[in-house]
Design a protein around this ligand. Sequence first.
Ligand code: FNR
Length: 362
Amino acid sequence: DKVPLLFQPFQVKDLTLPNRVVVAPMGQFSSQDGFFTDYHLVHLGSFATHGAGLILAEATAVVPEGRISPADTGLWDDKQIPGLKRIADFVHAQGSKLGIQLAHAGRKASVKAHYEELPESAYWKDNVVAPSGGAEFQWGQSHHIPRELSIEEIEETIKAFGTAAARAAKAGLDTVEIHGAHGYLIHQFLSPVSNHRTDRYGGSLENRAQFLLEVIRAVRENFPAEKPILLRVSATDFVEHLDQPSWDIAQTVQIAKWVKEAGVDVFHVSAGGNTAKQRIKAFPGYQVPFAERVKREVPGLVVVAVGIITEGKQAEEVLEKEKADLIAVGRGFLRHPNFVINAAQALNVKAKFSQQYEHGRI
Ligand code: FNR
């Protein structure tokens, strides 16, 4: 019998994943001053004890003002390395792999996305930055009016992505994922909805992609060459109902070719998040066609599909039909941390789990 694709190992560069199931990055708003805590060890560690192939730790800010909320994790300080290394060591001991998503929230920063009431001083509403500033570029009522980034600040931010990648390498991580999706800073540069700059970072698609390409180069220079890097993007702004320039799948395919040349190994295809005017029809596998289109049009780029993939058979079908190479699951893992175990049962395969679970003959 053939082993289902979902349970076959997958190699990209020197990284070999034990299976093709990825835990999607999910912000937990449970950090203090950007530090990873016991909460993160248990939360991420449990996906490893339950056999996930690759676990992507949540959107982690490369500078303090790039956090979505005061409770986001960060990698802007060397002191933040040991807490992350502890998680990586645990995940590795279970046979899983760990990556982290490097992020800057841009105009979606400094909001209350966590659980405690915090004093005003915990926020930085006057230092919320974006490609284009002013009231016109405020994301929504719960967000702040952003200030336009200067060229110098753009250069510093690019450097911060590189330094954070170096810290992730020091923590022993297997990969890093650049967060270019969901309306955060990189997506804000890419989309004409949020980028009205007239310098080299705005205007044409080449210019709007310039920030992303420079971030990729900074990350690539600071992360071991034999380890892959991932990029997560939104394939569309979901504003086809509006008569205005926006981000779409055609531009996504174009930049997929450029980022591959710039050193991205794995392309993770999500969608939406850049404007409150978006209209999204979500249904099982609704983002898979975007992943499929990139996979078809950019040969050699490893593609991850994500979005309401909740069953092993559903995931296996995406791989069998060659619509993607890897499957990411978010909420499915929150509901059922044993997603991989359930998928193995549904696909009738003896999957390999930690020795503790093997001992229990699950
Ligand atoms: C998310 N998502 C997300 N995406 C991302 O790129 N970085 C992040 O930090 C987060 N944070 C986050 C928190 C929580 C609680 C949820 C539910 C989601 C989006 C997530 O990675 C995934 O793309 C979506 O949830 C869609 O996949 P599922 O959940 O349908 O499998």
